[in-house]
Design a protein around this ligand. Structure first.
Ligand SMILES: Cc1cc2nc3c(=O)[nH]c(=O)nc-3n(C[C@H](O)[C@H](O)[C@H](O)COP(=O)(O)OP(=O)(O)OC[C@H]3O[C@@H](n4cnc5c(N)ncnc54)[C@H](O)[C@@H]3O)c2cc1C
Length: 468
């Protein structure tokens, strides 16, 4: 059978559901909001940003009345659908941070390390069992030109004190066996892997144990002012609140301003069945490193606690009008390509099946890192736009949102990354045309040894772009 045939067969029985959240011990639904209540702080959205906002607010202000409104179920969005790479980077990677905020990159790296330590510490404090484990991350070269870009990345990492090492082909193959590997760059520090749904559920329990009230299936439809307070409306009730943090990320949510700065981009994932002992031996991978390849359109992959491989990335799809629809979670084209690329990387796993296939929206900004904004005289703060690296940085996003909503000037709020918003996306149809042009240029760049070409060079000059 051809590679294409194996891939098709392997995908045939995959369920169109998210592996992480399809669990028998998933928590019961919280109630819907019904009637009018009051709160000192309302958090809109119960993904990682919203949950960290509630937890950190209650740690800072014990006894504060905090209400969380979630349109669906806790963790419904990107937060329980992701690859579980929990990176210390706050800037969607070091290279992006260095190019946008060269003057503050050392502070951003330090704050990112503190943030990751804070996540680990909180998981211990609240006894959250989310299979959080520090593991190295490897950027693999699968084409000659990747080797040069990894050498450049090595210099960047060394300059901020990262513990990194270049791996030649033999060293790379000794770790993980794939005929496509030519070398790699391994980073030993500031990266962990986590089970994302268990992280969301654990944070939900932590927030509730500190006194937060969660309402699920309760979408916020508007935020208005009511005398000296804010009023957050849902279909069957309202919360009258002093302050609001909007954490709906890729979803439009009730705050229109966010739609200028963030657009939803779909990322797709496959999960295999557990590997048997022979299959595990055939790939090596004994240290359980997180892996990503060095193309612009990259794959990311990792092992799970029960010996499966999660395999995602490559395409990043944008739908006209920033459309969000559960239909976009499944893509014959992208899932098909992902399956084929999987067997090109690990041909020795012929016969292995995929059990789950899914997708979800990340929110990207033109500088690929989060953005914050305020309205209603600073009593309403929004945050989002982590692009594909929000598992760790969402806690920092929440921390800054709390600084802003409580009117504090801190080292964090003084950062240019925080105080200066990214360049806004243009309205449709220019938005769609710009994204498609950029996607094609990224594909061309990968096909031509990473050369940026005219369009990407122009975007680089203005410090803007499109990524996932
Ligand atoms: C397939 C995929 C793979 C990824 N892999 C990684 C990875 O390995 N590592 C990494 O760091 N990042 C990864 N990411 C990105 C990461 O998951 C996100 O950046 C992060 O989860 C964002 O969290 P959030 O809480 O801001 O947003 P979300 O998790 O999207 O949460 C927003 C919440 O708001 C709710 N909501 C929407 N509208 C309303 C409303 N009107 N009222 C109330 N609630 C509302 C939604 O239902 C949702 O629960 C990935 C994302 C995807 C989709």
């Amino acid at each position: 059978m051809t590679m294409h045939g194996w891939a098709k067969q392997a995908l045939a029985g995959a369920r169109p559901t998210v592996f992480w959240s399809e669990r028998a011990d998933a928590p019961a639904a919280a109630p819907e909001l019904s009637g009018d209540i009051t709160a000192e702080l309302v958090v809109v959205g119960a993904g990682l940003t919203g949950l960290w906002t509630a937890v950190q607010a209650l740690e800072e202000h014990p006894g504060l009345s905090v209400v969380i409104l979630e349109a669906e179920r806790c963790g419904f969005g990107a937060s329980s659908r992701n690859g579980g790479f929990c990176d210390g980077s706050l800037t969607h990677g070091l290279a992006n941070g260095m190019s946008h905020w060269p003057d503050e990159i050392r502070d951003l790296v330090r704050m990112g390390r503190e943030n990751l330590d804070g996540i680990e510490e909180s998981l211990g404090r609240y006894r959250i069992d989310a299979d959080f484990r520090r593991a190295p991350e490897v950027g693999v070269a699968t084409q000659e030109w990747h080797l040069d870009s990894l050498k450049g990345a090595l210099e960047h990492h060394l300059s901020v004190g990262d513990d990194v090492e270049l791996l030649d082909s033999a060293m790379m193959q000794a770790r993980v066996h794939s005929p496509s590997y030519l070398g790699g760059l391994i980073r030993y520090n500031d990266i962990a892997l986590v089970d994302p749904a268990r992280l969301c559920w654990g944070l939900r329990t932590a927030a509730e144990s500190l006194g937060a009230q969660l309402f699920e299936n309760s979408p916020a439809t508007s935020v208005g002012s009511e005398s000296s307070s804010l009023s957050v409306a849902t279909p069957n009730g309202r919360v009258i609140a002093e302050r609001v943090v909007n954490a709906t990320n890729a979803y439009a949510g009730p705050v229109k301003q966010t739609r200028r700065y963030m657009i939803p981009v779909y990322d797709h994932v496959l999960m295999t069945e557990p590997l048997d002992q022979m299959q595990l031996t055939s790939v090596g991978w004994e240290e359980g490193e997180g892996i990503g390849d060095a193309s612009n359109q990259f794959h990311y992959y990792r092992m799970t606690e029960d010996g499966r491989i999660l395999w995602g990335g490559y395409d990043a799809t944008y739908h006209f009008g920033s459309d969000l629809d559960p239909r976009h979670d499944q893509s014959e084209d992208t899932h098909g390509k992902l399956a084929q690329h999987f067997f090109e990387t690990f041909p020795q796993l012929e016969g292995l099946r995929f059990t789950h296939r899914w997708g979800g929206p990340v929110a990207t900004t033109t500088h690929f890192a989060p953005a914050w904004g305020t309205s209603q005289s600073g009593r309403l703060v929004w945050v989002g736009g982590y692009t594909g690296l929000g598992v760790g940085s969402s806690r920092f996003g929440a921390r800054v949102a709390l600084d802003l909503v409580f009117g504090r000037t801190t080292e964090r709020t003084e950062l240019k990354m925080v105080s200066k918003k990214p360049f806004p996306f243009p309205p449709e149809p220019v938005r769609w045309a710009g994204v498609q042009m950029t996607r094609k240029a990224i594909q061309r760049s990968d096909d031509h040894e990473g050369r940026r070409g005219l369009w990407l060079s122009l975007l680089d000059k203005f410090g803007v772009g499109f990524d996932s």
